[in-house]
Design a protein around this ligand. Sequence first.
Ligand SMILES: Cc1cc2nc3c(=O)[nH]c(=O)nc-3n(C[C@H](O)[C@H](O)[C@H](O)COP(=O)(O)OP(=O)(O)OC[C@H]3O[C@@H](n4cnc5c(N)ncnc54)[C@H](O)[C@@H]3O)c2cc1C
Ligand code: SF4
Length: 273
Amino acid sequence: MELRQASSPEDVASNSLLLAGGTELVPLLRSGLVDGDELLDIRRVVPRGIDGTRIGAGATLAELECDPQVPDALREACRLAASPQLRNMGSIGGNLLQATRCWYWRLKWPCRLHGGDECFAREGEHREHAIFANDFCASAHPSDVAAALLALGATLRTNRRELAIADLYRVPTEDDRRTTTLEPGELLLEITVPEPERSVYLKAMERKRWAFPIVGVAAARVGGTTRIALAGVAPVPWLLDGGGLDAATPLPRNAYKVEIAQALVKRATQALA
Ligand SMILES: Cc1cc2nc3c(=O)[nH]c(=O)nc-3n(C[C@H](O)[C@H](O)[C@H](O)COP(=O)(O)OP(=O)(O)OC[C@H]3O[C@@H](n4cnc5c(N)ncnc54)[C@H](O)[C@@H]3O)c2cc1C
Ligand code: SF4
């Protein structure tokens, strides 16, 4: 496989594997979970700075976690993600596009997300899996950052379109197994984050540090409207709407996640008051 440096956002072939910090892509390549003809280093063509409400998709989580222009929920979601070394290398764009941590998928079991006809987690080990939209694939979206951006009502700009963060993601189905709507050759360039009156991010994890969310809860009040979004509870970042947590459909061994989510949502709502 060839490694090449992109010279412009248009210089992206549909079969290029896009490399930013490499903290996610390199392990996936090493374990044979992704493959392609060309590895394209996009760091010179993806904006990196933070300018008021606009964040370059190449900004690292370490840059975001300590910048006072960044709303509290997003700063905290970055601070609580991964380890300091990973946050120094990992970009926000790469974070939003990370693959599932489902252990069956990572171990290459021929499950539905790999094109097979079975979800091994549903019948097997699913303690850390989804409690919403888990019928076809019970993977739990691992991004703290995506949940924070969803609560904040962020929008994204790519080299082809503008879209709401919610529209970046899709629940996989029999006909279309993808979990994002990004097309081959489409580059995430910039994120616009409205200024909230108040926002907060709370996270429950297996350890106090360096762990993916068992449940993450972001709450933000923007223009008088409060939105709550969750990480680690559905195959996509999950916006809590009308049915709230009563609409959850936990599996036999992960109902505890509903209780954790209830407690964190209550605390996050109190923090906004
Ligand atoms: C051990 C470990 C623990 C972690 N813990 C957490 C955690 O607790 N919470 C959390 O939220 N995250 C966590 N992460 C995820 C981490 O934040 C991401 O790995 C990192 O942000 C990815 O950024 P990157 O620049 O390294 O992406 P890369 O590895 O370079 O790319 C990741 C994916 O995004 C695509 N991509 C990257 N940038 C763009 C772009 N601009 N346009 C289009 N496609 C793009 C790549 O093609 C690739 O598919 C963890 C990761 C590891 C390895
Ligand atoms: S949860 Fe999704 S990724 Fe995991 S085994 Fe089931 S179909 Fe595969």
